[in-house]
Design a protein around this ligand. Structure first.
Ligand SMILES: [Zn+2]
Length: 286
C-alpha cells in the first residue's frame, strides 16, 4: 500500500507528459487500483457495455451521504452504473444537494434509519442507549429518515436496510407499516445471493473487488459503503474491476430489488439477525 501514492503521482505525471505513449497505459494499469481522487482525471474508465444476457445485479451503498458521495456519484455516472443507496437521516441533513443529484442521475435512495441506531436494541453508534425502546421509537427512527429524504426531493422510500443488519420481526412489522421493505446486507449462506464486499474491514480495493466479483451472478445484491475515509475511496476504486467482470459475464446493473432480498432472516422461527463481529459497533459493517 505504501507504494500507491507514488504510483499515482507517477501516473499523473506520465499521463500529462507522455499521453498516448504505451508507457502511460502500463503505469495507469498499476494506478488503476488506487483510490486517489487526483488520479481520476488521468484514468481512462471502461464503462458498462454489457448486453445484459447474463442478467442483472443491484449495487447498494450504505451510510451516506458523506464526504465521498460526490466522488462516488461521479464514478457511477462515468461507469454507467445505477445504484441503490441506503442513507441515514442524520447524514442527509445539510446534504440535500446530494439527494437531489442521486435521484436526478437515476439512483434509488432507501432508508437506513435516522441516527444509524441498532433498531433491535436502540443502541446508538455512540454506544448510548435509547430508553425506553419499542415500536414508537423504531417508528420514529424510520419515519424521520424517510421524511428527510422526501423533503430533499427523493421519492417516498420503499426500501430499508437495518443498520448493522440488526433486524427482528418487531422491527420489520413497524417498517412494513411505513411501507418499507427489508433489503439485507448479508445472507445466511451463498444461496441468498447477497454479496458482502467487506469494504469496511480495512481491505484494499483489489480485495473488495475480489469479494464482489467472486460470487457475482444474476440476481446478486452487492453491499458496499459510502462512509468515511479510505474505505470508501477503495470501494470507489473497486468499481472498475467489478464493471470489467460484469462486462465479461453479460451482467447489467439495475435498481429493481428482487422481492426476496431479506436474506431469509424473517422466516418462521427467526429471532433476530446481527452481524457477528468482534469489532466495535461504530466501525462494524452495516
Ligand atoms: Zn450502516
Amino acid at each position: 500500500m505504501r507504494r500507491r501514492p507514488l504510483l499515482t503521482a507517477l501516473a499523473v505525471v506520465f499521463g500529462l507528459t507522455f499521453a498516448g505513449h504505451q508507457v502511460v497505459a502500463d503505469v495507469r494499469t498499476s494506478a488503476a487500483a488506487s483510490a486517489e481522487p487526483a488520479a481520476a482525471a488521468a484514468e481512462e474508465l471502461r464503462p458498462l457495455t454489457s448486453d445484459c444476457s447474463g442478467g442483472y445485479v443491484v449495487l447498494t451503498f450504505d451510510d451516506g451521504p458523506r464526504q465521498h458521495t460526490g466522488a462516488l456519484l461521479d464514478r457511477l455516472r462515468d461507469l454507467g452504473l445505477p445504484a441503490v443507496f441506503f442513507w441515514s437521516g442524520h447524514n442527509v441533513e445539510g446534504r440535500g444537494e446530494l439527494v437531489r443529484r442521486a435521484v436526478a442521475e437515476g439512483h434509488v435512495v432507501g432508508n437506513h434509519a435516522q441516527s444509524h441506531a441498532d433498531l433491535t436494541t436502540g443502541e446508538l453508534p455512540s454506544g448510548e442507549q435509547v430508553s425506553p425502546w419499542g415500536d414508537e421509537q423504531i417508528r420514529e427512527e424510520l419515519r424521520r429518515a424517510s421524511e428527510l429524504l422526501v423533503a430533499e426531493g427523493a421519492p417516498q422510500p420503499e426500501l430499508y436496510r437495518p443498520p448493522y443488519g440488526a433486524v427482528n420481526q418487531q422491527v420489520d412489522d413497524v417498517a412494513r407499516e411505513l411501507g418499507l421493505r427489508l433489503v439485507m446486507s448479508f445472507g445466511r449462506d451463498a444461496t441468498d445471493n447477497l454479496v458482502d464486499s467487506h469494504d469496511t474491514e480495512g481491505v484494499s480495493a483489489e480485495e473488495i473487488a475480489a469479494n464482489v466479483v467472486g460470487p457475482l451472478r444474476d440476481g446478486s445484491i452487492v453491499t458496499m459503503h459510502d462512509g468515511l475515509g479510505q474505505a470508501t475511496l477503495n470501494s470507489i476504486a473497486a468499481l472498475q474491476p467489478i464493471v470489467d467482470a460484469m462486462n465479461e459475464r453479460g451482467l447489467c446493473a439495475t435498481t429493481e430489488v428482487r422481492p426476496d432480498a431479506d436474506g431469509r432472516v424473517l422466516e418462521p422461527g427467526f429471532v433476530g439477525a446481527q452481524v457477528p463481529s468482534a469489532a466495535p459497533k461504530a466501525s462494524a459493517k452495516g
